[in-house]
Design a binder for this molecule. Structure first.
Ligand SMILES: [Zn+2]
Length: 501
């Protein structure tokens, strides 16, 4: 009898071993939580993150902090551990900010024959967008066109050289005359293409107003100067300013781009600008960091970071930008994957850090702060994966820096096996010398291996930094698939004996 039992036990053991029940259970568990990620819930979270309560999540505001607490609360609920300061989910840094109280106004003075003046009034957001870091007050002055608003003596280029803008309103464009950001030559110009610099330089030259030709949308990524009223200017007032002058903005810029010779001039036109803002020098903001610690005694020191900026561009006196596509989408893609990973109980041998970045829209401050004060050692960080505006379209894409080109395969394989979307995969080669415009580029510049996930073949109109970018600006179905792809790829990446870079 005893022999029989042993034989039976051996037989059963062998039988189980050949059908690999452990693996089967793993696969079932993986599939169960794969299917727990749903577009319905994603749509609900989109509505929550875009709710009026968070008021456009401008970095520094109490409403941004409320959104950060919302996200930390979710992580806590799912058993994701805090990875921020002093055992909290928050990594704090100082950030003075500005609240725009009213949209303000913009008027062009039209002198009449009888010495009377008619003021043509413009409306926001069609014709102008209030400066998100504008000083407060009202100015009436002549407008001086100053090209790119740049003073670069070492490059023998100065838009302010032959004009006096003291007490005047300057009208200027974004960027610089040198255009090739992939050429090392660009590094000489890069400091002049920051919005911060342009406003600073205008204030330094004594201008009292700045009309910025910059897409006429919300831009909190600009410096604050108490005595400088700033407004984004749209197509119609710009055309009105140039009417009858025999030149136009575009032709002048083309000339400068070819000759590198400034063409600044006083327009003779008078404008009134009005802004109502409140400055908060005491402002602070934060990144939100949650971690699933690895289970392997050695591999757990290696960290995979996935990040998305949680802040958006705020509410300019009633012009509310909820930041739906930009970037509640990236945040919620991450949270949906994070919950499935955390609640499934699936073992992850490496550590996974979920990083919701604060202060992207105000100058990539959250990613700069993280790279200067990393929560995990850089040398042990496998990759930083960035998600920004990932939720509009029918296709998927993954892009990686040359240093981790091989890691793309964990994502393309997940798509091929389970998701079946059209998917692009690319490697970003070479260097970029321009103004960094994503958190991913900040990490790359600091020597991290970086990747980005995105969606392609957009099906919805994009309201970039404009009212309209709310929870309806995304496709929840593609967000579900992005989250599923992250979930599957992370299970593989976290558990591989050796990572294939
Ligand atoms: Zn963004």
């Amino acid at each position: 009898m005893r022999t029989f039992f042993i034989a039976a036990a051996l037989f059963l053991f062998t039988a189980f071993a050949t059908v690999t029940p452990a693996q089967q259970t793993d696969e079932q568990l993986i599939l169960k939580y794969f299917h727990s990620i749903s577009s319905g819930e994603i749509a609900e979270w989109m509505a929550e993150v875009c709710s009026p309560e968070f008021n456009g999540r401008l970095a520094g505001t109490p409403e941004y902090l409320a959104a950060a607490e919302w996200a930390a609360g979710k992580m806590n609920e799912w058993g994701i551990s805090p990875a921020g300061d002093n055992g909290s989910y928050f990594q704090w840094f100082d950030h003075p900010y500005t609240v725009v109280n009213e949209v303000g106004g913009l008027w062009l003075h039209l002198p009449q024959k009888d010495e009377a003046t008619i003021k043509k009034s413009y409306s926001a957001p069609k014709d102008f967008y209030p400066g998100m870091n504008s000083g407060s007050g009202e100015v009436t002055a002549e407008v001086v066109w100053v090209g790119y608003g740049t003073t670069a003596p070492e490059l023998n280029y100065d838009d302010y050289k032959n004009v006096d803008v003291r007490g005047k309103i300057v009208l200027m464009n974004r960027d610089v005359p040198y255009k090739d950001a992939r050429n090392p030559e660009y590094s000489k110009w890069v400091k002049y293409c920051y919005h911060q610099y342009k406003a600073e330089n205008a204030a330094r030259h004594g201008a009292v107003g700045m009309l910025y030709i910059d897409g006429n949308s919300a831009n909190p990524n600009i410096s604050y100067h108490e005595d400088l009223i700033v407004t984004g200017i749209g197509t119609e007032p710009l055309a009105d300013l140039f009417a009858g002058l025999g030149k136009d903005n575009k032709t002048l810029l083309n000339q400068i781009d070819k000759s590198f010779k400034p063409a600044s001039f006083a327009t003779g036109r008078v404008i009134t600008m009005k802004a109502s803002t409140t400055r908060h020098p005491e402002g602070r903001t934060c990144n939100v960091a949650g971690v699933i610690e690895g289970t392997d005694p050695e591999l757990k020191d290696e960290v995979i970071i996935i990040g998305a900026h949680l802040d958006a561009v705020g509410n300019a006196g009633g012009l509310l930008v909820d930041g739906g596509l930009d970037n509640a989408s990236g945040v919620i893609d991450i949270l949906a994957a994070a919950r499935a990973l955390a609640t499934s109980g699936i073992k992850l041998r490496r550590t996974v850090l979920f990083l919701l970045i604060g202060g992207e829209e105000v100058g990539l401050l959250g990613s700069k702060y993280y790279t200067e004060n990393p929560l995990f050692p850089k040398e042990k960080t496998v990759t930083y994966i960035n998600l920004d505006m990932v939720g509009n379209g029918t296709g998927l894409a993954v892009s990686a820096s040359e240093s981790c080109a091989g890691l793309r395969e964990y994502f393309t394989r997940a798509n091929e096996k389970y998701i079946h979307r059209t998917m692009r995969s690319s490697v970003s080669r070479g260097s970029y010398y321009g103004r960094p415009r994503s958190d991913g580029l900040v990490f790359l510049a600091e020597g991290y291996r970086t990747m980005s996930l995105s969606t392609t073949d957009g099906v919805k109109p994009v309201f970039y930094h404009l009212p309209g970018d709310d929870e309806t600006a995304v496709t929840p179905e593609i967000m579900e698939d992005v989250a599923k792809m992250i979930y599957l790829a992370f299970i593989e990446m976290a558990n591989a004996d050796q990572l294939n870079y």
